[in-house]
Design a protein around this ligand. Structure first.
Ligand SMILES: Cc1cc2nc3c(=O)[nH]c(=O)nc-3n(C[C@H](O)[C@H](O)[C@H](O)COP(=O)(O)OP(=O)(O)OC[C@H]3O[C@@H](n4cnc5c(N)ncnc54)[C@H](O)[C@@H]3O)c2cc1C
Length: 406
């Protein structure tokens, strides 16, 4: 199950390590070691460096601006970046590159690929994901945002919600109902909508952490050109499901590295605070250690399959369920270790609202309490734990489908 790397692959690893050594400051400890505005400044500059070095979309074909790397090289690149504690792009690249870009390569017309892919890489277009609505989250097929054809344009009316980084984006890939008469999954289209227009209003939502990372998006006679449909009119459900595969399957290589580094930091904090000899804390730390080890094996299994040419599918649900539920427990343990200090937050909050704080982060109460709060969202976004269990049961284990309301 352990992927073995050829001598050639190890040469590529050395090349990536040399690139990191050349481009990162000599005292680099990981993004988490930076504070305040330095974090965004570094990410912006680092994104430019990756763009110039052609490392932003390692798996895309070179004709669309990618690096055309083999699966093995992509995995090595992701591993080395995670070990160095550097991001693989900017805050909207998970939507633009990983989700939309990969989906366009699969479903987009030649014009759409030629137009959008280079602009995503250059940063000229920044994207967010318009799937969820107030009445359509897990049951995404019930979505109600309407798109009606008027001459050469779609006219959109309705609302999306929980749109991460929507305030930083100028385009939104949107699921809209284009045929109200058709059965619910058959009347949906996947549209590419510019946000810089009077018909689109972005309203930030305040999170439990105090940050505003996601938004509501209101469409009032918003417009997009008729040809900005991906994969055909009323075929959006199939396109949307391909994209979710890219959303859920991505962290097999990097997740275990980040969770291991986070747990090392927690053990360090238990020592610093004189809690490492407490038998209850030791028991819980040992439990976390075993889970991180299992996470690593799960990651290795996904990677081995990926290297053999298998694309992420329903099996991505296993890793998603595993890391998100683990993260509830490990971050609760951090609060147990800090005790009353957890009530007074000192230091900077996590530099990322998703998964762990970045490698290099100080063992501050603000970092751990922020991670604890962010972990609550981990079992909801990208499909809740209950939905992951349904996917595992129905699509992997072949159990009978759950009864659905008509
Ligand atoms: C931090 C964060 C970022 C997000 N970013 C985005 C984004 O960028 N773009 C976007 O489109 N969306 C985004 N979302 C939305 C996310 O995809 C939805 O929250 C998620 O799909 C759940 O939908 P819901 O919130 O409507 O909950 P509901 O679907 O209403 O679920 C409520 C509860 O019922 C359970 N449940 C629902 N159906 C079933 C079932 N069939 N069987 C068993 N239990 C069930 C759920 O597990 C959950 O516990 C984000 C969410 C969060 C928290």
């Amino acid at each position: 199950m352990h992927p073995t790397y050829s001598a050639e692959a190890e040469v590529y690893r050395e090349k990536v390590q040399a690139f990191l050594a050349e481009k990162l400051p000599s005292n680099w400890q990981g993004l988490g070691a930076l504070e305040g505005d330095d974090i965004m400044e570094f990410v912006t500059e680092w994104r430019k460096t990756l763009y110039e070095a052609n490392y932003l979309a390692p798996g895309w074909p070179t004709e669309y601006g990618g690096a055309g790397l083999s699966a093995t090289e992509q995995v090595i690149l992701a591993e080395e970046f995670a070990r160095a504690g550097v991001p693989t792009g900017g805050p909207n690249d998970v939507f633009g590159i990983q989700m939309l870009g990969n989906t366009l390569l699969m479903w987009g017309s030649e014009e759409q690929k030629q137009h959008y892919l280079p602009r995503i890489l250059s940063g000229e277009d920044t994207w967010c994901q318009g799937y969820s609505e107030p009445n359509a989250g897990s049951d995404l097929g019930s979505l109600g945002l309407k798109a009606d054809l008027d001459g050469d344009e779609w006219i959109l009316n309705g609302q999306k919600i929980w749109t991460s980084a929507g305030h930083l984006a100028d385009h939104i890939f949107t699921l809209a109902r284009t045929d109200s008469e058709a059965p619910k999954h058959k009347g949906i289209s996947f549209l590419l909508v510019p946000m810089d227009q009077p018909g689109i209003e972005v309203r930030p939502i305040k999170m439990i952490s105090g940050e505003s990372e996601f938004n509501e998006i209101f469409y009032t006679d918003a417009r997009c050109p008729k040809d900005q449909v991906v994969g055909g009119v009323n075929n959006g459900w199939a396109v949307a499901m391909s994209l979710l595969g890219f959303e859920r399957g991505e962290s097999a290589a990097t997740g275990p590295i980040r969770y291991e580094s986070e747990l090392d930091r927690l053990i360090e904090m238990a020592r610093e605070r004189g809690r490492a000899d407490d038998p209850v804390i030791r028991q819980k730390l040992a439990w976390c250690y075993s889970k991180v080890q299992i996470m690593e094996y799960l990651g290795q299994r996904t990677l081995t399959k990926f290297l053999a040419g298998h694309h992420p599918g329903p099996d991505g649900a296993i890793s998603k369920l595993y890391w998100s539920e683990y993260h509830h427990v490990v971050t609760e343990l951090s609060l147990d270790i800090m005790g009353a200090d957890a009530m007074v937050q000192e230091g900077r909050p996590p530099s990322s609202a998703f998964q762990t704080d970045d490698p290099g982060a100080a063992n501050s109460s603000a970092s751990w309490v922020g991670s604890f709060l962010n972990a609550r969202a981990g079992t909801i976004y990208a499909g809740s734990s209950q939905i992951q269990r349904n996917i595992i049961g129905e699509m992997i284990l072949g159990l009978p489908k759950e009864p659905r309301p008509q």
